[in-house]
Design a protein around this ligand. Sequence first.
Ligand code: CP
Length: 321
Amino acid sequence: MNQFTSVNDVAQIDQLVDDALALKKSPYAHQDLGKNKTLGLVFLNPSLRTRLSTQKAALNLGMSVMVMNMDKEGWALETQDGVVMNGTTVEHIREAAAVMGQYCDILGLRSFPKLQNRDEDYNEDFFNKFIEFCKVPVVSLESATRHPLQSLADLVTIRETWTGAGKPKVVLAWAPHIKALPQAVPNSFAEWMCQAQAEGMLHFTIAQPEGYELSEDFTPGATITHNLDEALTGADYIYVKNWSSYQDYGKVLPFPEGWMLTNAHLEPTNDAKVMHCLPVRRDLELSSEILDGPNSLVIHEAGNRLWAAQAVLKNILEKLV
Ligand code: CP
């Protein structure tokens, strides 16, 4: 693996899941792999899980880690070419990324969308320029449109906990929120689940109110409905997540009552396990009774972020040495 920005960078997702589960059993089996190698983590937005799990994953592999909170501690970056930098930006991404590539063997980058201009966000201009100019392998810590480390951890969690016969029914269920959130997590989850479905690992359904349909680029083969109860019937896993509208880009649209998951929603399911990437707003996005109840997998899922990150770093390190 030369970079990790989407499911398209992975040759075999089932093999990567196997790698993550093997690392969970033997976290320190590859400590020599990262010796004298440095991971740089560059954040333009806040993070708890991604920051800590990726640092810990690198330490388990014997790497050194440096963290740069670019939004608070770095120079204001210019990303456009051909501009006279006589405004607020201090350093061009051409130099900033190139310099970070001089200090690090692998770089991780988190950069959220602005949710103002769909084309601008979905072009992934900042991410692509960073990759071009740093000249070392890049791991996405969440971009404008995707969060692949989260999605890999989600697939690991489903594989690890599924004990039923046949293929599990996995449902991505939209949830309410007061803020306009990116589509990165649901896009990425859908992309990974569609790939897993294509490889015969599971059945995948998406439920969202009208106007919240994701880009079709991320949902090939998914069953898509506006009827939450219909989607939840026979569900084995429910992945709860809010996102803002893709069509009416970045907007919070009106939606009907009943989209916040409660225990009553679990009745037509196959005693479904409930997942969420976190952070979650209790009793707005997901009910406390679910989060604190026996069906919640959210802490287990967050724990698996470590093994997902370690599997990705291990795969990249193996290509470096
Ligand atoms: N799920 C996730 O990426 O969490 P953080 O934003 O805290 O890293």
